[in-house]
Design a binder for this molecule. Structure first.
Ligand code: ADP
Ligand code: MG
Length: 325
């Protein structure tokens, strides 16, 4: 017999797609902070984020009366129509993150837009508190007891230290993609790193990886490529498209093209920030927004070719072996 699922079950299914593990919460909250124009983002976690995740920012904040809307599903200040889906310039647009977190955890938000400020608490979808309180301009979100009401999901989580390293890895990528933001990351053990924007690229890398690297930056019309050379660190590609960290099939597509152009040498740590006209990519292909589709393969190849040509020009100085064609 086909039955319609009760709302409670539906919302948990939807939440499970967006929030897979602690790092998914960190990702959504950090993206909201960036969308709010924050230049100072602090993340702190307890027990690998399983017990608590806190993200605070100095962004635009929310007016008090909008707090209940922020935690509803499909409510967003970022898009308004189907046409808007064709040219998304923000990291968020689905209006699902806070609602999903609220469904599967204990969520508290403090926010101030410079005029009004307030606090809201919602646990497992149940609104427990919403009142005006003084708070500094910006937003602070605290997430506790993740998946307390979703035992099936909780069972699949790894140890706190594994969840912690996923968060650390994600934040490392974000710090490298957004060097103009001040990033602070703390845990119950203390400050993991504090990375102000005035740090040089070498110093930034050192604060994140605890090792020095030689740094080179390349700029082309469609993006920027930062290369960090350190033979002791396993090379990898960190890719962003219009500020969005990409992990899915588009990532492998870019990696394949780069490796191909790169030739035999091992990849160094590469941070590639591609900037595309928003209507040249479809960002609405993945519930966690970790993948995109490029509309034009030709565009992509050309953009990468232009960057690689520059890198090749310097290859000798970098001590990298390149394929020459
Ligand atoms: P989305 O980011 O897709 O819009 P979210 O559920 O993540 O959906 O957030 C809902 C809304 O809450 C956002 O559109 C934004 O208006 C507001 N919001 C969330 N986080 C912040 C923040 N850190 N600063 C300012 N506004 C925020
Ligand atoms: Mg969001």
């Amino acid at each position: 017999m086909i039955r319609e699922l009760p709302l409670e079950v539906r919302s948990k299914i939807a939440a499970g797609e967006v929030i897979e593990r602690p790092v998914s919460v960190v990702k959504e909250l950090v993206e909201n902070a960036l969308d709010a124009g924050a230049t100072d983002i602090r993340v702190s976690v307890i027990n690998g984020g399983l017990d608590e995740i806190m993200v605070s920012d100095n962004g635009c904040g929310m007016p008090f009366e909008e707090l209940p809307l922020a935690v509803k599903r499909f409510t967003t200040s970022k898009i308004g129509s189907v046409e808007d889906l064709d040219s998304i310039a923000t990291l968020g647009f689905r209006g699902e993150a806070l609602a999903s977190i609220a469904d599967v955890a204990d969520l508290t938000i403090f926010s101030c837009d410079g005029e009004t400020s307030g606090q809201l608490r919602i646990r497992g979808g149940e609104l427990l508190l919403c009142k005006p309180v003084a708070s500094p301009k910006g937003t602070r979100v605290i997430v506790r007891d993740l998946f307390f009401n979703l035992p099936a999901r909780k069972k699949f989580l790894r140890s706190a230290s594994t969840e912690f390293s996923h968060i650390q890895k994600f934040l490392q990528s974000m710090v490298l993609i957004y060097p103009n933001v001040q990033w602070t990351f703390t845990s119950e053990k203390g400050v993991i790193w504090h990375v102000p924007p005035q740090l040089s690229a070498e110093e930034r890398f050192y604060s994140l990886f605890g090792q020095k690297a030689q740094f080179r930056a390349f700029t082309a019309s469609q993006g920027e490529l930062d290369i960090y050379l350190n033979p002791n660190i396993v090379g990898e590609l960190i890719l962003s498209v219009n500020g969005r960290l990409i992990k899915g099939s588009a990532y492998f597509q870019v990696l394949r093209i780069l490796k191909d152009m790169w030739g035999g040498a091992n990849l160094p740590v590469m941070v590639l920030r591609l900037n595309v006209e928003p209507d040249q990519v479809d960002v609405n292909v993945h519930p966690q927004k970790l993948d995109i589709r490029f509309k034009s393969q030709v565009w992509l190849r050309q953009a990468l070719q232009e960057l690689i040509t520059q890198v090749r020009g310097e290859a000798g100085g970098l001590g990298i072996d390149f394929k020459t064609n």
